[in-house]
Ligand binder design. Structure first.
Ligand code: PBG
Length: 329
């Protein structure tokens, strides 16, 4: 008799759909990016990221408590650094009393159990807006790696649980692992941005931190000599395999939605936690379309984060984390 199989039986009503649903989003899936600025009482909205804010340390405390109460237990910290403190070597990144170091302590003070991850790259500290040291029109790999290793120790010293190198220099995971171990930070983990693409989706983030590459002679205008070409797929496997061999505890694909094929490739190739960063431009796109009334914000948001998890992500770094958790609770 035709048809012997009727797949629609499993879609008939919400009860059966929820019974056979393969991917469930929970607060445990999320890592919350936070932007931090100097000052007191500052909560400023980021122009290209509606309803997302930079916080000064005092207000960061309230935000962290709010997140914890929502069941969000991990944060990823980024700092917006004063222009006067920026130089080519990102010297300020190593200041034991710098904004990042104080931010780590602030989170740990108000919420000791909150998992703190920190961005490790020079761009917010670089007068040229690059993730590494610039010399003769090039981003210098090995000298940059040395700074990244010192920066990681400094974050560990301040209390970070994981450092998250987002720079894409070669060999940095091994250098960071060795540096942490030599300083006896054997419990500090590394979440490596292992397949990070040179993407135009990072625009709003660079607004948030004022960290875009500067427009100057002899300074590369983009990050294509270190971040990956978005046309490449096999290269993501090579990059990730190297980072795992160098000691990464968690690997990451970034951005998210346009790169879900890469997420699935990694899932099929490696048995290691995979994080996906749903980046600022992805957030901005949905906010803009929803503001215009062209897309239903909440439905599209849930569809997007579910797709990221379905593709194979164990962890989703997302500016939507709070909104999603409020929606599903
Ligand atoms: C810095 C860094 C960037 C992002 C995370 N870490 C920007 C860049 O590489 O230019 C982007 C995150 C986002 O767009 O949400 N190395």
């Amino acid at each position: 008799m035709f048809p012997i199989r009727r797949n629609r039986r499993l879609r008939n009503n919400e009860a059966i759909r929820s019974l056979v649903r393969e991917t469930i989003i929970t607060p445990n899936d999320f890592l919350v990016p936070l932007f931090i600025v100097e000052g007191r009482g500052v909560k400023e909205e980021i122009g290209s990221m509606p309803n997302y804010y930079r916080f000064s340390l005092d207000l960061l405390k309230d935000e962290v408590k709010t997140l914890w109460n929502l069941g969000l237990k991990s944060v990823l910290l980024f700092v917006k650094v004063d222009d006067k403190l920026k130089d080519n070597k990102g010297t300020e990144a190593l200041n034991p009393n710098g904004l990042m170091q104080r931010a780590i302590k602030t989170v740990k003070d108000v919420c000791p159990e909150m998992l703190v991850m920190t961005d490790v790259a020079l761009d917010p500290f670089s007068s040229y807006g690059h993730d590494g040291i610039v010399e003769g029109g090039k981003i210098i790999n090995d000298a940059t790696v040395e700074v990244l290793a010192e920066m990681s120790i400094s974050h560990a010293e301040a209390g970070a649980n994981f450092v998250a190198p987002s720079d894409m220099m070669d060999g940095r995971i091994l250098a960071i692992r060795e540096a942490l171990d030599q300083s006896n930070y054997i419990e500090t983990g590394i979440m490596s941005y292992s397949a990070k693409y040179a993407s135009a989706f990072y625009g709003p983030f660079r607004d948030a931190l004022d960290s875009a590459p500067v427009d100057m002679v002899d300074i590369p205008k983009d990050k294509k000599t270190y971040q990956m070409d978005f046309a490449n797929r096999d290269e993501a496997i090579r990059e990730t395999e190297m980072d795992i061999n160098e000691g990464a505890d968690i690997v990451m694909v970034k951005p998210g939605l346009c790169y879900l094929d890469i997420v699935r490739d990694l899932r099929n190739n490696f048995e290691i936690p995979i994080a996906v960063y749903q980046v600022s431009g992805e957030y901005a796109m949905l906010k803009a379309a929803a503001e215009k009334g062209w897309l239903n914000h909440d439905s599209v948001m849930l569809e997007q984060v579910t797709s990221i998890k379905r593709a194979g992500a164990d962890i989703i770094a997302s500016y939507f984390a709070k909104d999603v958790v409020k929606l599903i609770s």
